[in-house]
Design a protein. Structure first.
Length: 378
């Protein structure tokens, strides 16, 4: 984008209309940027607030090309999109950030791991298998972590594998089971001019049943040296990808003090939602700045914060009812974000709550109370 632009003529197309797109639009309004959304769900969270909304499959080549052909720039809020269509749009001169070649690497967890190995980025050891049958013929010391190479998200397609009999059938990778101390995340951004900026560290706690983030807080309780090293690794990853946009780098801090990259996501990420209230610039504003070529914003942490994912309760599927919302709003420094999803399902992400405070201890105490207050049922 030129430094002087007509926002009406500059059309940003986003593939995916979920909560990430919704929060991106909320930040785009502040810059008077016009966001056009494509999603296969006619009731997607973005459907009623986008400049325009196109209901179509994100993996349909023709649909993606048709959607993108009149846009100035295309970005994504989910990796499972038709990359060949994005390559075609890029060949036509339309900016696509993150670039299709980057999405191709990240979309396949096996290719991701091979990228780390080739570029000397610390990660756990791994093996690639085309099928369950191939795994049966290998000598593996169980238990291990098994991940589908493509198609997994929000904890799906990942499991602790105790024996080959419970293996996924399709192409997958096997990783060593890491005896880690903490799971941390660094959000890093890079614009088209090569400027790189990292957000303060985040410490994540996962729901053991759903295998997705249930609770996080920032800053992570790690040493200054570990924080510096984690930021350097995140910056190294986005630099070696030569990527424009926002990248979430999920890492393990091992009990011996090593940092290993687990996975990366080339978009705003669940581990950065707290930045809306807690940082000078939110991850969503930073993503917009990066892809349109504006200077990256300050990532200074204004105040410690925590984020709780609001997940659909087990045993409840149907029209969502938010129990305890009034009680929640009685608490100071508590900020609910509801995603506008009409139907709740077990463990479906329906919203999140950010808690802020003067100290991390204060934030955690409030978070423990909040966890007990609000439930999403049908």
């Amino acid at each position: 984008m030129n430094e002087n632009w007509n926002s009406k003529e500059f059309k940003i197309g986003v593939l995916g209309g979920g909560q990430l797109g919704r929060m991106l639009i909320q930040e785009a309004i502040n810059l008077n940027l016009h966001i056009h959304i494509m999603d296969p769900d006619k009731n997607a969270p973005c459907s009623s607030i986008a400049q325009t909304f196109t209901c179509a499959s994100l993996t349909d080549y023709d649909a993606v090309v048709e959607f993108g052909k009149d846009k100035s720039l295309i970005t994504v809020e989910i990796e499972n999109v038709n990359i060949e269509a994005l390559e075609e749009l890029e060949n036509r001169g339309i900016q696509v950030y993150p670039q299709p070649r980057v999405l191709k690497i990240i979309k396949d967890k096996g290719t991701q791991k091979e990228f780390y190995k080739k570029n000397v980025i610390p990660t756990s050891s791994f093996h690639l298998f085309e099928s369950k049958q191939d795994l049966m013929n290998a000598e593996i010391k169980y238990p291990v972590i098994q991940k589908l190479r493509t198609g997994g998200y929000d904890g799906r397609g990942v499991q602790v594998l105790e024996s080959v009999h419970n293996s996924f059938e399709h192409s997958h990778l096997i990783e060593d089971l890491i005896d880690f101390e903490k799971e941390i995340s660094i959000i890093v951004a890079r614009n088209s001019k090569g400027q790189i900026s990292t957000f303060p560290s985040v410490e994540c706690e996962f729901n053991p049943e759903a295998h997705l983030v249930e609770f996080l807080f920032s800053p992570a309780e790690i040493s200054i040296e570990t924080e510096r090293k984690a930021k350097e690794i995140a910056a190294d990853v986005i630099e070696k990808l030569d990527m424009v946009g926002l990248l979430a780098v999920e890492m393990f801090l091992t009990k011996s003090g090593d940092i290993l990259v687990n996975e990366i996501a080339p978009r705003p990420h669940n581990s950065g939602h707290h930045t809306i209230e807690c940082c000078d610039t939110s991850q969503f504003a930073q993503h917009l700045r990066a892809i349109v070529g504006l200077p990256l914003g300050s990532t200074t942490l204004i105040q410690p914060g925590a984020m709780i994912n609001l997940l659909g309760e087990k045993g409840h599927t149907g029209i969502a009812i938010y129990e305890g919302l009034s009680d929640l709003l009685n608490h100071p420094n508590v900020y609910p974000h509801l995603y506008g999803k009409e139907i709740t399902k077990p463990f479906r992400k329906m919203g999140h709550v950010t808690i802020t405070g003067k100290t991390l201890s204060e934030v955690k105490d409030t978070a423990d109370q909040v966890k007990q207050i609000i439930k999403i049922v049908a």
